[in-house]
Design a protein around this ligand. Structure first.
Ligand code: DAH
Length: 339
């Protein structure tokens, strides 16, 4: 019995040392210590021993078992360590290799210019207003004094959603929301997306951006309008830029005007951009029509105001000398990087 036990131990230790992976090691454990293992069956035979022999053999069997268990434990550690070393070697990182270059995104030129425009008007005491992109005929047309037969109402120009609802064709309806929801003095600009069913070309897009302005208070005059817009264009394009106002017609303002600025490309000499005239039209404006004030609940006998509206694409193109509006929507990083 004793010989049998040391034989088992001998064999076990050899098998354990020969194991190079955890699976083999576990198989060895099962073949010796498992239910049907060699040591287990020897222990089962102990009941046939004499009373004197049994404690001796029992003690020895326990020693053999714990020695084998210890050998298993040690072998397990050795194998685990070896496997970790192999793994680490495989995963080694050469930190001296050059890193992958991360291309950062870029602010869009229209975002840059819009932020500048907001800063300029906020500096003059304006706040920023917003309105919905989907409007009904009242806000988009009627409340702005746009008559029934006006060509802007034509389905050719406007994206209708149903009889009454449409994508707004200008930011001007925001004026109406602001007047309905606040009391004068009012001083806001409202930037946003507008929609017209235009073909895409170098200067048109069915989706584009406008910035609306509205000022209402007691005793507001055309002089306030000219002053505010002159400060604005000098801040935006530089002190040497000149402005002039040409009479024009808009249903929601009376009198109405268009503002031209001296060509920012040629300084007024005459070039391709200003078509040789030295001047460029950049916005529409005027004194808010008394009927428009009245419809939105503001007493035209007590208050007056001015409004203006401009296209952000155009303002940005002039700022950077960009000749094709489609570049704004292509998101080509080589274009965006330049601003
Ligand atoms: N709504 C006009 C357009 O889309 C722009 C405009 C002109 C807005 C004159 C105004 C204004 O507020 O007073 O062409």
């Amino acid at each position: 019995m004793q010989n049998k036990l040391s034989e088992i131990k001998q064999k076990a230790v050899e098998a354990i040392q020969a194991s190079t992976d955890l699976k083999t090691l576990d198989d060895v454990r099962i073949s010796i210590l498992g239910k049907k293992g060699e040591l287990t069956s020897v222990l089962r035979g102990m009941k046939d021993l004499s009373n004197e022999e049994r404690p001796l053999v029992g003690k020895m069997a326990n020693e053999v078992r714990s020695e084998i268990e210890e050998a298993l434990e040690q072998a397990k550690e050795v194998i685990a360590r070896k496997q970790r070393e192999i793994q680490l070697k495989k995963e080694v990182i050469d930190i001296t290799l050059p890193a992958k270059k991360v291309e950062l995104g870029h602010r869009h030129p229209m975002s840059i210019v819009l932020d500048d425009i907001k800063d300029i008007f906020i500096g003059m005491g304006y706040s920023i207003a917003e309105g919905p992109e989907i409007e009904n005929a009242y806000y988009n047309f009627d409340a702005l004094n746009i008559p029934e037969e006006h060509p802007a109402k034509d389905e050719q120009d406007t994206f209708y959603i149903n009889e009454d609802m449409m994508l707004r064709t200008a930011t001007s309806p925001v004026q109406v929301h602001v007047m309905e929801n606040s009391k004068p003095p009012i001083r806001i600009i409202a930037p946003g997306r507008v929609f017209r069913s235009d073909e895409v070309d170098a200067t048109h897009s069915p989706v584009f951006h406008q910035i609306e302005g509205l000022v209402i208070d007691k005793n507001i005059t055309m002089g306030d309008l000219k002053g505010a817009l002159e400060v604005f264009i000098k801040e935006l394009y530089g002190d040497s830029v000149k402005a002039k106002f040409r009479p024009h017609f808009f249903p929601f303002t009376e009198p109405s005007a268009e503002m031209d600025i001296s060509c920012v490309m040629c300084g007024g000499e005459g070039c391709k951009v200003c078509k040789g005239t030295g001047w460029i039209e950049i916005l529409g404006c005027g004194m808010v029509h008394p009927r428009v004030l009245e419809m939105s609940g503001i007493d035209p006998n007590e208050y007056s105001g001015f409004a203006f509206g401009m296209g952000l694409e155009r303002i940005t193109m002039l700022r950077y000398g960009i000749e094709d509006l489609r570049l704004f929507y292509e998101n080509d990083i080589r274009f965006l990087k330049q601003f």
